[in-house]
Ligand binder design. Structure first.
Ligand code: ADE
Ligand code: ZN
Length: 339
């Protein structure tokens, strides 16, 4: 009997999150707490006033506030607390595997050491695995508005922590900073054994997705919405089953779509694209994983079968072992049959 409500169905289904910026999980309450203990000032006088500033017309307006928020993170324990808060939150949402981004340049550029950042994040991820059963991978993302030299320097800083970092990524202001700007950095990263991913086609054109594939040799495209402008690109993405880590509430808040009813994720599934649901920067966009699933489910009237496909895709597109992927897919199929 499939009588479970759609809300409960979404809550209970096992999920993996593949597109999440740890700095984007910084909830206002924790921000004020950490600012206080570090004697840092925040431009806003209260949690409420800060939340009111969360209204964005585009990616850049969001990034300005996001980088300002990250300024109060100083000590290793701050990065631990930030990461731990995220893990306990998504644990309650049946997220069992996470592959998360961190942006080292956001911190090293203001004098916080690479070691401090990664040690705090990693220790929390290890505790999350042990205490909450959430497996994880870590992705180091380069800020594309900065230059190639800064990215190379960051890659150097990452080498002693190679065992902790699975992949490198590319984020921040997309338009005007094409993947080609980082072709040589990504070549070096691949030589060093890192997997590569890149944000592409969020605000930028479909050509940037081609560049991410051809020049950066990515194994996933983060966002990828604009692929739908180019039929030959869609055909290619379907053929190679290139995962797209799609972020519905982020797309709504950053005006990539004007209404969730216009969100392309159902169309992506229909076309045979390997689309997944993710939260991007949940503290800023009004929801974690389940709120993203629920938002598109209500707006697009998704069926339990479509939700099941999206959850299975999240494991297919992950970097878990093939055996673990098969186990999770079987578990989700059983869940679908019973709910
Ligand atoms: N949605 C997004 N796009 C690009 N860079 C980001 N950094 C954090 N969130 C981002
Ligand atoms: Zn992102």
């Amino acid at each position: 009997m499939n009588t479970t409500s759609i809300e409960k169905f979404i809550e209970g289904i096992p999920k993996a999150e593949l597109h999440l910026h740890i700095e984007g999980t910084f909830e206002p309450e924790l921000m004020f707490e950490i600012a206080k203990r570090n004697n840092k000032t925040i431009k806003y006088s209260s949690v409420e006033e800060l939340k009111e500033a969360y209204s964005f017309n585009n990616l850049q307006e969001f990034l300005d506030i996001y980088y300002a928020g990250a300024n109060v993170l100083i000590e290793e324990q701050d990065f631990y607390d930030l990461t731990w808060a995220y893990l306990t939150k998504v644990h309650q949402q049946n997220v069992v595997h996470v592959e998360i981004f961190f942006d080292p340049q956001t911190h090293t550029d203001r004098g916080v050491s690479f070691d401090t950042v990664i040690k705090g994040i990693y220790r929390a991820l290890e505790d999350g695995e042990e205490q909450l059963g959430i497996s994880f991978k870590l992705i180091m993302s380069f800020l594309r508005h900065l230059d190639e030299a800064s990215a190379f320097k960051t890659l150097e800083q990452a080498l002693p922590f190679k065992k902790w970092i699975s992949a490198v990524g590319l984020d921040s202001s997309e338009v005007g900073n094409p993947p080609s700007k980082f072709e040589r950095v990504f070549a070096k990263a691949r030589e060093e054994g890192f997997i590569t991913v890149a944000h592409a086609g969020e605000e930028g054109p479909s050509e940037y997705i081609w560049e991410a594939l051809d020049l950066l040799k990515v194994t996933r495209i983060d966002h990828g919405n604009r692929c739908l402008d180019d039929d030959s690109l869609v055909k290619q993405l379907v053929e190679i089953q290139m995962p797209l880590t799609v972020c519905p509430l982020s797309n709504l808040e950053l005006k990539v779509v004007t209404n969730l009813k216009d969100h392309p994720i159902a169309k992506m599934l229909d076309l045979g694209l390997l689309a997944t649901v993710n939260s991007d920067d949940p503290a800023y966009f009004g929801g974690y994983m389940n709120e993203n699933y629920l938002g598109i489910t209500r707006a697009l009237n998704l069926s339990k079968h479509q939700i099941t496909e999206l959850a299975k895709n999240s494991f297919k597109a992950s970097w878990l072992s093939d055996q673990k992927k098969r186990d999770m897919i079987a578990q989700i199929d059983t869940y679908f049959q019973n709910n």
